[in-house]
Design a protein around this ligand. Structure first.
Ligand code: ADP
Ligand code: MG
Ligand code: MG
Length: 206
């Protein structure tokens, strides 16, 4: 991945989130406060603007800047969580113009670890961790088998989508949806859904 591809990824993520903002908000209306699509659309629009205003020179800087922008522009749980994920991933990357798929996989694992530390969610708690975790497992497996970025990102996107769908029968144990107790069962988690869009965006540009 080079810096242009990293920027394309963030732009593609912003486009997919904008196109699905109403769906994300509807999912959040069922088990949250109905702002997830609005939150992320505002955040990723700001990310694209920030990257255009002062274009970074490394993949690391793209992700750090994207994360910092999400943290400062998105209220609610998802801003700090996605902000931490991208910033931590960026900080874990070498400061080179180009990074290898294995480096990106390791950096994204650092991002997931930071999200889990911040939010305290484990797999099965019906959060974005339930899409993020299988996505990175699939990404790493594809890279270990000699796959390039396109294959790894495609596998990650499919695994994230399956992970998001698998949140439907779960009862939420973290975030606002956990206040609903058993009534959170039967709905897809909005954050897991937006995570699948972010990995789909990576697959689309790779
Ligand atoms: P808020 O709930 O503050 O309105 P959003 O609607 O933007 O924030 O985001 C909700 C999503 O955030 C949830 O669907 C879930 O995936 C994710 N989330 C909430 N709390 C946590 C947590 N502690 N750890 C991981 N993800 C979380
Ligand atoms: Mg919400
Ligand atoms: Mg909210």
């Amino acid at each position: 991945m080079d810096v242009a591809l990293a920027r394309d990824w963030m732009r593609a993520a912003a486009d997919l989130i904008a196109a699905d903002a109403d769906r994300l908000t509807q999912l959040d209306s069922a088990i949250g406060d109905g702002d997830h699509g609005v939150n992320l659309n505002r955040g990723f629009t700001a990310v694209v603007a920030a990257l255009e205003k002062s274009p970074p020179e490394t993949v690391s800087e793209v992700l750090v800047k994207a994360g910092a922008t999400l943290m400062s522009r998105v209220g609610g749980a998802s801003g700090p969580l996605y902000g931490t994920a991208l910033r931590s991933a960026g900080k874990a990357l070498p400061a080179t113009a180009e990074v290898a798929p294995a480096d990106l996989g390791a950096a994204l694992q650092a991002g997931l670890a930071a999200v889990r530390k911040l939010g305290g969610a484990a797999p099965g708690d019906k959060t974005l961790v339930d899409a993020f975790t299988p996505a990175l497992e699939a990404f790493d497996k594809a890279v270990a088998q000699g796959g390039g970025l396109a294959e790894a990102a495609g596998a990650a996107a499919r695994a994230a989508e399956a992970g998001a769908e698998a949140t439907v029968p779960l009862q939420a144990r973290k975030g606002r949806a956990s206040y609903l107790g058993e009534r959170s069962i039967g709905h897809q988690d909005p954050g897991a859904t937006s995570t699948s869009l972010i990995f789909r965006a990576l697959a689309d540009v790779s």
